[in-house]
Write a protein that binds this ligand. Structure first.
Ligand code: NAD
Ligand code: MG
Length: 407
């Protein structure tokens, strides 16, 4: 790895599934990367161990109580504490800090938008795992990437696959204004999640642990539930729309239970290019870190003969109403996408706490979309988008209260 300038990486959401995988890849290449800052919202013991092992210069935690827990968890013999920064403003400031050149945006939910946007506005290489940022602020985020010369590399495995299969115009990853020439369609693959074949009448009774038991991927609990409902694929359709400037009518979803083909690009001449690999997020993470080079990611080789077969089927919109709701929201505009995401975050949180039935997740989202329909789409300002988000969350809590009262 010698002869390369060392990349200085900040990992936002370090203690999560993506954050842990990111630090795993980085640790395999000590001469190539150094860790500048790490952030976490909870699990301060994990953050302390990560910061000590990676010799991070700074950490960002949500409040003073978390800062105290972090200090108490700092391992004896690890040397002096890193700088401990506190609060949401510190998170955005750290994302924009000139001390780093690359920011992994791996916070879950719309909570990750301000810091991801701050990284884009600071012209960083942004490794975007936080798909909710693009769902909530598509225009604002992509404009920021363009205006500030940021480099945007999709980490979501489907979008990373598409990025790899698209024609590449130059060594920099930029934000396109129109679909790539010669491309007819983007084909997003979806595993179908844990309930792909479960009898529909049983879905009423499924538990959070069953919903989080994804057949192929190990992920945080929120995205695991989203994968079960396929709202995740809906968010990914919206994400693909913004990342690749592709109209919704040219984005298709195909169910592929093995999660080996990570997505595809169909060209005008009939060619279909696919990216394949193990369902292991270290592959797209390593791709984003090293782009345009390739580095070892710790991922085992794909053994196609052992797999034997790859299956594909159309998505069942009756089984997965959330997918239809996401296409509708994209059609309706930015305000509806904000409402879709906010309602889903509130509904999934309620489901995970045992306060909402699984089958009420789409019902809650649909009723929030109906209630907020026609609200102006304030796509040009972060504050306006966050106000829209807060309004939709309040609406969702109200609707969920009524759904559970009537249950
Ligand atoms: P996770 O729940 O495992 O981790 C989330 C991280 O964000 C943690 O470090 C947590 O402390 C932090 N966090 C949570 N709430 C926060 C808040 N309000 N403010 C600041 N920090 C907060 O989630 P994950 O599975 O790693 O997913 C992270 C993001 O990556 C999500 O947007 C998800 O959709 C996306 N993504 C994940 C995967 C995957 O395989 N896990 C794949 C594709 C995309
Ligand atoms: Mg994905």
């Amino acid at each position: 790895d010698s002869g390369l300038s060392v990349r200085r990486i900040t990992v936002l959401g370090a203690t999560g599934s993506i954050g842990i995988s990111t630090l795993d890849v980085i640790a395999r290449h000590p001469g190539r990367y150094r860790v500048e800052a790490l952030s976490a919202y909870s699990r301060m013991e994990v953050l302390a161990a990560q910061a000590a092992a990676s010799r991070a210069r700074a950490v960002v935690v949500p409040d003073d109580a978390a800062a105290a827990r972090f200090a108490a968890a700092w391992p004896a013999g690890a040397g002096g504490l890193p700088e401990v920064r506190v609060g949401a403003q510190a998170l955005a400031d750290t994302a924009a800090d000139p001390a780093s050149d690359t920011v992994m945006a791996a916070i879950v939910g719309a909570a990750g938008l301000p810091s991801a946007l701050a990284a884009a506005r600071a012209g960083k290489r942004v490794l975007l795992a936080n798909k909710e940022a693009l769902v909530v602020a598509g225009v604002l985020f992509m404009d920021a990437v363009r205006e500030h010369g940021a480099e945007l590399l999709p980490i979501d495995s489907e979008h990373n696959a598409i990025f790899q299969c698209l024609p590449r115009g130059g060594a920099r990853a930029h934000a396109p204004r129109q679909p790539a020439a010669g491309v007819r369609r983007l084909l997003l693959t979806a595993s179908g999640g844990p309930f792909r074949t479960r009898p529909l009448h049983e879905l009423d009774e499924v538990t959070p642990d069953q919903a989080c038991a994804h057949p192929n991927w190990s992920m945080g609990r929120k995205i695991s539930v989203d994968s079960a409902t396929m709202l995740n694929k809906g968010l990914e359709v919206i994400e693909a729309h913004w990342l690749f400037a592709m109209p919704a009518s040219r984005i298709s979803v195909v169910v592929h239970p093995q999660s080996v083909v990570h997505s595809m690009v169909e060209y005008d001449d009939g060619s279909v290019l696919a990216q394949l690999g193990q369902p292991d997020m270290r592959t797209p993470i390593a791709y984003g870190l090293a782009f345009p080079d390739r580095i070892e990611a710790g991922v085992t080789a794909l053994d196609l003969a052992r797999l034997g077969r790859l299956d594909f089927e159309d998505p069942d919109f009756a089984r997965f109403p959330c997918l239809r709701l996401a296409f509708q929201a994209l059609e309706a505009g930015q305000g509806a996408c904000v409402a879709l995401n906010a309602a889903n975050e509130v509904a999934v949180d309620a489901f995970l706490r045992g306060g909402l039935r699984y089958t009420h997740i789409p019902a809650a989202i649909e009723s929030v979309l109906d209630a907020t329909a026609g609200r102006a789409a304030p796509e040009a300002s972060l504050d306006a988008l966050l106000a829209c988000d807060a309004h939709a969350r309040a609406c969702a809590r109200d609707r969920i209260g009524r759904l559970t009262a009537g249950a």
